[in-house]
Ligand binder design. Structure first.
Ligand SMILES: Cc1ncc(C[n+]2csc(CCOP(=O)(O)OP(=O)(O)O)c2C)c(N)n1
Ligand code: SF4
Length: 247
């Protein structure tokens, strides 16, 4: 019988700890499919963040390290420079990458480190109970913005792809989403391209993936996908923000 669907070899055969409906699982699968398709597993080192993805080292069948809060790009820099033949990626949430890790991220891009960042933007701190993140959109209710984020007091959200695309060392920056089949397919293409750019030594690559946190958004999984589509995508438009090969 023809096999039409199976677990990617780069994804461990274990149950994950993610909440039902959380799109972290989809994004893990896309990364694993790309590692399989590019035959990278044996030479890849992933860096897990703090946040819900802290246990990512249990889920990928490649070497993994785990970095302190926000420090994944620095750890990835070391792993890549120690052995440039390594294919190195970080997998980071928005609290990890865009709050305490802002400087790490910006300077890894500025140095043009030849690494790939998978940036999961769910507009909230998931693991610690749903506090406001730098990516929480205006009006969004969180544990620490119960009346909705007010930019007058809390400032404006950080737009990471837009920001990093202004940095010369960034080779590729694209924002994608996993709210629909079409967008999942596009997300995989972007992740694959980022790894291909790293293989070609083109420099710093980042794929920002708009993701759900149904638990802390207080929505059923399907409602969370709709909320993402109707609220996050308008604020964080999808698309390629930097591609050194094109513009
Ligand atoms: C220095 C430091 N400050 C705060 C924390 C607590 N902390 C752990 S995970 C986390 C939030 C992570 O959220 P995010 O990166 O958005 O990932 P998610 O859980 O949403 O996937 C925080 C604040 C920590 N571990 N270390
Ligand atoms: S808390 Fe949110 S981000 Fe974390 S696993 Fe649950 S749904 Fe996903």
């Amino acid at each position: 019988m023809e096999i039409v669907f199976q677990r990617p070899k780069a994804l461990s055969d274990v149950s994950s700890h993610y909440c039902p409906g959380c799109t972290h699982g989809i994004i893990h699968r896309l990364v694993a499919e790309v590692l399989d398709e590019l035959d990278l597993t044996g030479k890849t080192v992933g860096v897990a963040p703090v946040g819900c993805a802290v246990l990512a080292y249990n889920y990928f069948e490649c070497d993994m390290a785990q970095a302190a809060h926000g420090r994944a790009p620095a750890v990835a820099t070391g792993l890549k420079r120690a052995n440039p033949a390594n294919i190195v990626f970080t997998y980071q949430g928005d609290g990890d990458l865009a709050a305490i890790g802002t400087a790490e991220t910006v300077h890894a891009a500025a140095r043009g480190e030849n690494i790939t960042i998978i940036f999961v933007n769910n507009a909230i701190y998931g693991m610690t109970g749903g506090q406001m993140a730098p990516t929480t959109i205006p009006g969004q209710i969180t544990q620490t913005s119960p009346y909705g984020r007010d930019p007058k007091y809390a400032g404006f959200p950080l737009k990471i792809c837009e920001t990093l695309s202004t940095i010369d060392g960034t080779a590729y920056a694209e924002r994608v989403s996993v709210d629909s089949v079409k967008n999942v397919i596009n997300a995989k293409k972007a992740i694959k391209k980022a790894f291909e750019y790293q293989i070609a030594g083109k420099g710093f690559t980042i794929v920002e993936v708009l993701s759900t946190c149904s638990t802390n958004w207080g929505l059923e999984p399907v409602e969370a996908l709709t909320w993402l589509r109707e609220n996050l995508i308008p604020y964080y438009p999808l698309g390629v923000y930097k591609d050194k090969e094109v513009f």
